[in-house]
Design a binder for this molecule. Structure first.
Ligand SMILES: [Zn+2]
Length: 257
């Protein structure tokens, strides 16, 4: 059916969003050597270690369908397996930060301005993301949305690129200001609300200095857990289900009360 095939096409976009969705999302590209043998079982086991339940992993052609609506190609899973097996790879899963954080001058009230062209559904996600960060206990961090462009620190605006990033953001500046902007790719306007919320919460994490939990760029945040499959700062989008305890701990470490 046509509607369904269009839907599946959109889902492919969601998959594309899985591996690289945002700011500085560079990944090691390690290609698996063996492709001819049937390694399905091994790949399923790997996906299970990544937090997916076995009965929610379905192989369809060259793709795995995870949790009913996320498609990931076998090839991509093979790359991840190979990458994880690389002996030179620094163990990841901990939380990471950039060189600069938001200074105490700004971090109790990071002021965001939403460009008028931003659609309502994304506005809802931005407000939700601000609420998420404000709800983290034991930290001095605070954010707000202001309606005037003057006195703003972080501008949120729409962009478009036929590419696999949902949104991207700047890191804090060397003089302690939060990242100057978050750009949302209108190519992903049809993303489910829960994933919009996850994506914007993630982007605001970059604007206050977080790197990706599942990668090894940046400075390791000592005291964060060694495994955090659902961290909001992982490089792939999930449905929003709250911060992990690791996310909370990392935020408390970076911005203590
Ligand atoms: Zn990111």
């Amino acid at each position: 059916m046509k509607t369904k095939s269009i839907y599946v096409h959109q889902i492919h976009f969601l998959f594309l969003a899985l591996s690289m969705f945002l700011f500085a999302c560079s990944k090691d590209n390690v290609t698996a050597d063996v492709k001819s043998e049937d390694n399905t079982e091994k790949l399923v086991s790997y996906l299970e270690t990544q937090g997916f339940k076995k009965d929610k992993i379905v192989l369809k052609g060259d793709n795995f369908i995870l949790d009913g609506d996320v498609i990931i190609s076998k090839e991509e899973v093979e790359k991840r397996v190979a990458n994880d097996a690389n002996p030179d790879r620094i163990p990841s899963g901990e939380h990471w930060r950039g060189a600069y954080l938001v200074s105490n001058t700004y971090n109790t009230n990071v002021r965001l301005y939403i460009d008028p062209a931003v659609p309502a559904a994304w506005r809802t996600a931005i407000q939700g993301a601000v609420n998420n960060w404000n709800a983290v206990n034991g930290t001095r961090l605070g954010m707000s949305i202001i309606t005037s462009a003057s006195g703003v620190y972080t501008r949120v605006f729409m962009g478009f690129e036929s590419a696999n990033w949902i949104a991207r953001a700047y890191l804090p500046t060397s003089n302690g200001r939060p990242g100057v902007s978050v750009e949302i790719n209108s190519n992903f306007n049809s993303l489910p609300a829960s994933q919009k919320l996850f994506a914007i919460t993630h982007e605001l994490g970059h604007t206050i200095g977080f790197y990706h939990t599942d990668q090894t760029q940046g400075i390791f945040i000592t005291g964060t857990p060694s495994v955090d499959a659902n961290s909001v700062m992982n490089s792939f989008v999930l449905n929003w289900a709250g911060f992990t305890s690791g996310d909370v701990r990392a935020t408390q470490i970076l911005y203590p009360q």
